[in-house]
Design a protein around this ligand. Structure first.
Ligand SMILES: O=C(O)C1=C[C@@H](OP(=O)(O)O)[C@@H](O)[C@H](O)C1
Ligand SMILES: C=C(OP(=O)(O)O)C(=O)O
Length: 395
């Protein structure tokens, strides 16, 4: 396969942060290359929405970031989402906001959306301890609103910290918009500060790029170009480029990232604590390429768009691979010894299930149920797949 993944979207994680900072700066910032991903389009529409009821659909960052934003800017809102969003925890963030003095109520189940923000009059504390091992999005959400709190905020992160590059991405983007978050050990200190307007261009999405690493890893021959991607990125998912053991070489050529084949390994170890969104991509590559995987850091996958561990286990079985849970922190991926000639994969309303299993089409006939799930992060994914010569029949 040879060509350019020209519809690769911009990072939704970066876009959703800069949209919050632009709103907090209360002045015009020129933001370029905002993602056409549904998660970003939702944020764009909802952050300034005059409506009381805010439906974030299945967008985790949109839910968590807007909860903090509407709370601290004292906007009375109801935040709700899909049935799955109502199963994704928000209690840690709500507890933190309540201790700051925000009045928030749960409308269905304690600890989960939907929630109602009733108001925020005065700041009750400037120091909060918060668990770091459930979702970094709670931490990023609090960091972004902290500069506009009258007393600022010191966050002490407790226990294991997961998805740390996303926290660092938040701090780095805050700097771009004129505020600082000092990260020392497990403490983040943010003084009262004013966000300033700034111009900003969003880079391509490394999580979306990972599916092209997978196509290249599985194809017999490949030369794939990924536009607007650099190896120096704020995104932790750039880690996929370091794992040449998967059989992919990534190099910067004329300002674009070029992927070609490299010799792979027979066994790899990977800790996904800081790049959980790569887990499905890597699991499928290993399963199809005969690579044994020793995986850790998969815990947070259970509370994402679906229980991604269960979803992977079910779907990998269809190609003769097994994701075995050794104990609560270690998994072994036993690859397939013989791929079937065709299989039909469920997506569980999870964009990453669709995109992670699609590259198997280099080796077998693949049917993907509900392919439009990709709209969450990579709406034109199937156009890119088609542009590499894959025939897609829509039923
Ligand atoms: O902050 C972000 O933009 C994100 C953080 C990660 O979530 P967790 O912090 O819940 O692991 C990641 O999985 C998600 O896709 C985007
Ligand atoms: C987990 C994801 O997103 P979110 O948590 O923002 O819904 C994702 O895009 O893989």
């Amino acid at each position: 396969m040879r060509g350019t993944a020209s519809a690769l979207p911009a990072s939704k994680s970066i876009a959703n942060r800069v949209l919050i900072m632009k709103a907090l700066a209360k002045s015009e910032s020129a933001l370029h290359n905002l993602s056409d991903a549904n998660d970003t389009q939702l944020m764009l529409r909802l952050v300034n929405s005059p409506e009381t009821e805010i439906d974030v659909e299945d967008a985790g960052t949109t839910m968590r970031f807007l909860t903090a934003y509407f709370s601290i800017t004292n906007q009375k809102k109801i935040l709700t989402g899909t049935a799955r969003m109502k199963e994704r925890p928000i209690g840690i963030l709500v507890n933190a906001l309540r201790s700051l003095g925000v009045d928030i109520a749960y409308l269905e189940k304690d600890g989960y959306p939907p929630i109602r923000i009733n108001g925020f009059s005065s700041q009750k504390t400037n120091a909060i301890s918060i668990r770091g091992d459930v979702s970094s999005q709670f931490i990023s959400a609090l960091m972004m609103v902290a500069p506009v709190l009258p007393q600022g905020l010191t966050l002490t992160l407790e226990g294991k910290i997961g998805s740390r590059p996303y926290i660092e991405m938040t701090a780095s983007l805050m700097r771009h918009f004129g505020t600082t978050a000092e990260f020392a050990g497990n403490t983040i200190s943010i003084k009262p500060q004013t966000y300033r307007a700034a111009e900003f261009t969003v880079e391509s999405d490394w999580s979306g790029a990972s599916y092209w690493f997978s196509f290249v890893a599985l194809a017999k021959e490949a030369d794939v170009v990924l536009p607007r991607l650099s190896l120096q990125s704020l995104q932790g998912d750039r880690a996929i480029a370091d794992m040449t053991a998967l059989g992919v070489k990534a190099e910067l050529v004329n300002g674009e990232l070029r992927l070609t084949k490299a010799s792979g390994a027979k066994e790899i170890s990977w800790d996904f604590t800081h790049c959980p969104d790569l887990a499905q991509t890597v699991a499928v590559i290993c399963a199809a390429k005969g690579i044994k995987g020793n995986f850790t850091g998969l815990e947070s996958l259970r509370i994402k768009e679906t229980d991604r561990i269960a979803a992977l286990q079910n779907e990998l079985r269809k190609i003769g691979a097994d994701l075995r849970e050794d104990d609560s922190t270690h998994w072994t991926l036993l690859p397939s010894t013989k791929l079937p000639s065709s299989a039909s994969f469920q997506t569980y309303k999870d964009h990453r299930m669709a995109m992670a299993f699609a590259p198997l089409a280099t080796l077998m006939n693949v049917e993907i149920e509900n392919p439009s799930v990709v709209r969450k992060s990579y709406p034109r994914f199937w156009d890119d797949v088609r542009s590499f010569g894959f025939q897609i029949e829509v039923r």
